[in-house]
Design a protein around this ligand. Structure first.
Ligand SMILES: [Zn+2]
Length: 272
């Protein structure tokens, strides 16, 4: 029987049996974790308000018979001001959904956890939360190894500095020049400055990420591309985009569906 403590962010929770709750966490020391909180539905005292999604907690767990039992859970930061702002809350929920699907269970990889925690801190206090979300998602793709080399065309090897306009296919992780771009394959058009900024993120520590400024007109194509990347790898829709579609009904970033090739084509026509 193994006992351990770790900082963690609550990802989701659901009822389990008559009296328990099954909770997923993004932990600092063990990647994604799933544990049972025995009696959590009956006893409100022992686990009072600690399993709200996006809360930062201190977990005490016990591993027995290949199950994880939550012994204690202490609320460290509930991010209450962020919860009161529906736009910020939707971005935090979107980031958590992506973590839930992409971070492996039980594998120590602290960098994505610290990115997640910093993202919640920044969303709470930054005046441009959509930009925070974009920087966080790009950094997450880099950390998880999904960002391709951004030094030139993946097909003809033409170098980045030989052209201003480039085409990134986030789902399959491919950057190509204008000669090798195909309209039907989920490419987004990006300028050389934006690509250089994304590449620069590989070389800087997390705290400097938030100082980067993505050009405003590049933000929508990048967010669209990241959502396509997620849908391609998980074959899932992100539930929190439904809230974002209601907040921003005509912005067109959040509305593409799984395998929505027609939607992608429409967006490309407006971007290129
Ligand atoms: Zn090329």
């Amino acid at each position: 029987m193994k006992r351990f403590e770790t900082d963690a962010i609550v990802l989701s929770s659901c009822d389990h049996g008559e009296s328990d709750r099954l909770v997923s966490f993004h932990s600092a020391d063990f990647g994604r974790l799933r544990g049972l909180a025995k009696g959590a539905r009956r006893s409100k005292k022992r686990f009072a308000n600690v399993f709200e999604p996006c809360s930062l907690v201190r977990l005490e767990c016990r591993e027995k018979n290949s199950y994880l039992w939550i012994e204690a859970c202490k609320l460290v930061e509930p991010y209450l001001p962020m919860r009161a702002d529906i736009e910020k809350w939707a971005y935090a929920a979107l980031f958590s959904e992506i973590v839930l699907a992409m971070v492996p269970e039980g594998e120590p990889h602290p960098a994505p956890f610290f990115l997640h925690k910093e993202t919640l801190d920044r969303l709470e206090r930054d005046k441009d939360p959509q930009h925070v979300l974009l920087l966080a998602l790009l950094r997450f793709q880099l950390l998880m190894g999904y960002m391709p080399a951004l030094d030139g065309c993946a097909i003809c090897r033409r170098s980045l500095k030989t052209a201003q306009k480039w085409f990134l296919q986030p789902a399959q992780g491919k950057l190509v020049c204008i000669d090798h771009f195909s309209r039907d394959s989920g490419y987004i058009a990006l300028d050389i400055g934006t690509l250089a900024l994304i590449d620069y993120m590989r070389k800087i520590p997390l705290e400097k990420t938030w100082r980067l400024q993505m050009r405003r007109e590049m933000r929508a194509p990048l967010l669209t591309g990241i959502l396509d990347w997620f849908r391609y790898h998980t074959r899932k829709e992100i539930q929190s985009v439904k809230v974002l579609e209601q907040i921003f009904p005509s912005c067109g970033i959040w509305s593409s569906k799984v395998d929505g090739a027609a939607g992608r084509r429409r967006r490309l026509q407006t971007q290129c």
